[in-house]
Design a protein around this ligand. Structure first.
Ligand SMILES: Nc1ncnc2c1ncn2[C@@H]1O[C@H](COP(=O)(O)OP(=O)(O)OP(=O)(O)O)[C@@H](O)[C@H]1O
Ligand SMILES: [Mg+2]
Length: 221
């Protein structure tokens, strides 16, 4: 079953939404809109589809995530109060305990939509590439088996052409959405669906804007 993102203009580009039991990488350089994209996905799920959401943050404190959401008219506090959305802050060290911490969390068990912002920190904390692959593989597989829709955020450095910091995770996920910011372009923000398994997705470059209600994706420039 497809789970609509509810982000205006996006779902029709990806066959109606994200497939249940998939891991979807949202990747981009700093300030490209990754966190807003992710929160909009959770907010829409809670508000319009009665689906609970969990936002796992390794970088920002939840207070600032809520403040950012407020600037876009999203009241996270009230969704938290009625149990539809939960934000948990995690320290990205000791990945083995981390998995336990996530999977035993009540908010996680109940959530249909899960955001991990970001997975780059995990990559940084595991030095051994074999262990990165092995650990990520088992975590991602577990999440798929539970039928959740996961957005995994990957941070890309300014001078990099890669889709993630170490060029590993993009091969292990079901889809990759790339967010870009090009100062010189007419449409500064754009989005491409780099891959989406089992989906006849758009292969165009789609300009998007971050307006007063969040992200709006346009058809083609
Ligand atoms: N209320 C708003 N209205 C319009 N644009 C906004 C608003 N709030 C934030 N923005 C834009 O969104 C950007 C931040 O987006 P976001 O935090 O999602 O980026 P990110 O990719 O997660 O960045 P980072 O890599 O630093 O975590 C800001 O730099 C600003 O350009
Ligand atoms: Mg962010």
């Amino acid at each position: 079953m497809r789970i609509p993102s509810g982000i205006p203009g996006l779902d029709k580009l990806i066959g109606g939404g994200f497939e249940e039991g998939t891991i979807n990488l949202v990747t981009g350089k700093t300030g490209t809109g990754k966190s807003i994209f992710s929160m909009q996905f959770l907010y829409n799920g809670a508000k319009n589809y009665n689906e609970k959401g969990l936002y796992i943050t390794t970088g920002e404190v939840s207070k600032n995530i809520k403040k950012q959401a407020k600037t876009l008219g999203w009241d996270i506090d009230s969704l938290e109060k009625n149990g539809m959305l939960k934000i948990i802050e995690l320290e990205p060290y000791d990945i083995d305990k981390l998995i336990e911490k996530i999977t035993l969390n009540k908010g996680f068990m109940e959530a249909k939509r899960v955001v991990i912002d970001s997975v780059s920190m995990f990559e940084l904390y595991i030095q051994d590439p074999y262990k990165i692959r092995k650990t990520l593989y088992s975590v991602l597989q577990k999440l798929r088996d539970m039928g959740k829709v996961v957005l995994a955020i990957a941070e890309v450095q300014e001078d990099s052409k890669n889709l993630s910091r170490f060029g590993v995770i993009e091969f292990m996920v079901d889809s990759v959405i790339v967010l870009q910011y090009l100062e010189i372009a007419e449409h500064k923000r754009s989005l491409t669906i780099r891959k989406m398994r089992m989906t006849n997705h758009s292969t165009d470059i789609h300009p998007f804007e971050i307006g007063p209600d969040g992200i709006k994706v346009h058809s083609v420039a």
